[in-house]
Design a binder for this molecule. Structure first.
Ligand code: UTP
Length: 289
């Protein structure tokens, strides 16, 4: 049976929409309440069975490796003081999980970031997770697991999609799955950031993918677009040259695009209203505003 145990986290983007916060803090370290976006993403991957985490980083992203490092001195201090709840919060990663950090060099786009993982991924299907697409952790919801299961079932690459509003179509990769209405459908075409009038549907590609290693050769032959970036969507389109090679799974769960301000604020409010320690006060506060 196919093994899918490696996940790539491209965290090499510039995060210009969150400047000045992202001058020194990677976008993926922005917290939803008290946990950074990257930690939610890593927890989703590990719950789905991933054993190797591959971070594609830029020079200013040391905070991400620091975040997952053990903190033995602090751990000992909290243990000595009997503060077990704080000890639990320090344990961001168990030791059985392998971490690999690969510098992207230059931010030449998502496709270029994924390509940097080629040697470590080798000849296996693998997961890609964009941590700024925050999927609210809820019982029974794991977008990565949904894709892994579908990829094993169809023996193909599978990407997560969700209906987006008309005003957001031109910000997404958009897929055409014909009239199929099941949870997982064969993709007929895919196009990066189309104008609304040219879009084949409203189904936007969101930040979860399970990809065949054949994507690396396709990325290597993908040219930069007008903005000088290598787009993952362009390589995905080439997967369609072979039949039954790329599927779309409709996301189950609530997703917020935390790469832009509105999505980030919405995610924070939704999560705060679900946090028993503050939900009532937050609801009262919003009501009084
Ligand atoms: P975005 O399109 O959100 O770009 O990248 P960005 O640079 O992070 O943010 P803005 O648009 O300047 O505000 C989507 C994902 O791809 C990663 C980002 O870190 C993010 O997780 N990425 C993007 C890279 O790893 N490298 C790149 O060169 C570009």
């Amino acid at each position: 049976m196919k093994k899918i145990s490696k996940a790539v986290f491209p965290v090499g983007g510039m995060g210009t929409r969150f400047l000045p916060a992202t001058k020194s803090i990677p976008k993926e370290m922005l917290p939803i309440i008290d946990k950074p976006l990257i930690q939610y993403a890593v927890e989703e991957a590990i719950e789905a069975g991933v054993k190797t985490l591959i971070f594609i980083t830029s020079a200013s992203k040391h905070a991400i490796s620091d975040h997952f490092d053990p903190k033995p001195l602090l751990r000992q201090k909290f243990t000595d003081e009997g503060k077990t709840e704080l000890v639990d919060k320090l344990d961001t990663l168990t030791t059985q999980i392998t971490r690999v950090f690969i510098p992207q060099g230059e931010p030449l786009g998502l496709g270029h970031a994924v390509l940097q993982a080629k040697e470590v991924v080798d000849d296996e299907y693998f997961v890609v997770i964009l941590a700024d697409d925050y999927i609210k952790p809820e019982k029974g919801v794991n977008a990565t697991k949904q894709l892994i299961d579908a990829s094993i079932k169809y023996d193909a690459s599978v990407i997560s999609v969700e209906e987006v509003t008309d005003d957001r179509v031109s910000s997404y990769g958009i897929v055409d799955v014909g009239n199929n209405e099941s949870d997982v459908n064969l993709i007929q075409s895919i196009v990066e950031k189309p104008k609304l009038e040219d879009a084949p549907s409203n189904l936007g590609v969101i930040g979860r993918y399970v990809l065949s290693p054949e994507i690396f050769a396709l990325l290597e032959e993908t040219q930069c677009d007008k903005s000088g970036e290598i787009q993952l969507t362009d390589a995905l389109a080439k997967l369609l040259d072979k039949p039954n090679n790329l599927y779309a799974a409709t996301l189950k769960g609530k997703r917020y695009d935390c790469g832009h301000k509105l999505g980030y604020v919405q995610a924070t409010i939704d999560s705060a209203l679900d946090d028993n320690s503050i939900s009532k006060q937050v609801a009262d506060f919003i009501h009084k505003l």
